[in-house]
Write a protein that binds this ligand. Structure first.
Ligand code: PEP
Ligand code: MN
Length: 337
């Protein structure tokens, strides 16, 4: 249920209703909107709870949340959420550009890429230090040494760092170095990991599992939000279909659909979504046209020699042109890069 407070409700009245919600055995989430404050009351439905809460002072209405996800729902918070962390701003009119290599490989590679993507207009640096690879024989990432190199790249450029955390045991370590914790597609339904990043106080980039429905993605986000971490970005990175021309199939309708259902910002990954560098620039521009709040793009100084995902990585010149193009598209849909 949502307890919708009156526009002029006092802090005492809000606090009182939070206590009432909790006395009913429900979890409360206070969402302060520009117009009014609402309290999401989450948990098993209790008899007479609606009637009991409706009579509270300062309460305007008590309405059920129809969607299976609650805190992520647009019913609870009509205005869009903006995630703001260091140089990165995603949502509510701002298109964040997260760029960098699939994997951190060495100092020269990550520092060189950080400088180049920043100069081209990126607002955050990506790079995997813990890599989820299909084969155990592929490069697994530099782990903590990679995190240290990412931190050095942030010191050199001021770019916020986005990097993946693969397991609950690594959350504290990765959170020490990163500005945004990335949950990879393979881990979208690792619920203990979602709870752990929910408790980390770092913004989270949650990637859609290649076979997950959008409701499953939103319920995964709900695990993070439910721990009290409001800074979740949803990332469409393509789904598995019968099509083999692209690595995955990238559904851009996800952007408009999610904007209708949730206040959380939506980031598109055209690199994993297509699996081919030559398809990335047009899908990046199309994503911005569809209203995406951010892009995450793989960029490498020498894609041919990359230790992972080189075939879908842009070189510096290609990335720079892509940002230029996306900037024009963003302006045409009243957004800023
Ligand atoms: C990545 O971003 O490098 C990555 C592994 O992506 P995904 O989890 O979407 O496969
Ligand atoms: Mn990759």
């Amino acid at each position: 249920m949502i307890v919708v407070m009156k526009r002029d409700a006092t802090q005492d009245q809000i606090k009182h209703m939070v206590d009432r919600v909790e006395q009913l055995g429900l979890k409360s989430h206070v969402i302060v909107g520009t117009e009014r404050t609402v309290i999401a009351a989450i948990g098993e439905k209790r008899e007479n709870a609606k009637e009991s809460l409706s009579s509270g002072s300062g309460v305007d209405d008590v309405v059920p949340i129809l969607a299976p996800y609650k805190v992520a729902s647009r019913e609870v918070k009509p205005e869009p959420t903006q995630v703001n962390v260091g140089s990165l701003r995603v949502g509510a009119g701002h298109v964040g550009i997260i760029a960098g290599p699939c994997s951190v490989e060495n100092e020269e590679q990550i520092l060189g890429t950080a400088g180049a993507v920043k100069a081209a207009g990126a607002t955050a640096l990506r790079g995997g230090a813990f890599k989820p690879r299909t084969s155990p024989y592929s490069f697994q990432g530099l782990k903590e040494d990679g995190l240290k190199l990412l931190a050095a790249a942030r010191d050199a450029t001021g770019l916020a760092i986005v990097t993946e955390v693969m397991g609950t045991d690594d959350v504290d370590l990765v959170a020490e170095y990163a500005d945004v914790l990335q949950i990879g597609a393979r881990n979208m339904q690792n619920y203990r990991l979602l709870e752990a990043v929910g408790n980390s106080h770092r913004p989270v980039l949650l990637k859609r599992g290649p076979s997950a429905t959008i409701d499953e993605l939103l319920l995964a986000a709900e695990y993070i939000l439910n721990e009290g971490n409001p800074n979740v970005m949803l990332c469409e990175r393509g789904v598995r279909t019968f099509e083999t021309h692209t690595r995955f199939t990238l559904p851009l309708a996800t952007v408009a659909y999610l904007h209708n259902k949730t206040h959380l910002p939506v980031v598109i990954d055209p690199s994993h979504g297509t699996g081919h560098a030559y398809l990335v620039p047009s899908m990046a521009a199309a994503a911005v046209a569809a209203g995406a709040d951010g892009l995450i793009i793989e960029v490498h100084p020498d894609p041919e020699c990359a230790l992972s995902d080189g075939y879908q990585s842009l070189d510096f010149a290609q990335f720079s042109k892509t940002v230029e193009q996306c900037r024009k598209v963003a302006e045409s849909v009243d957004k800023k890069i």
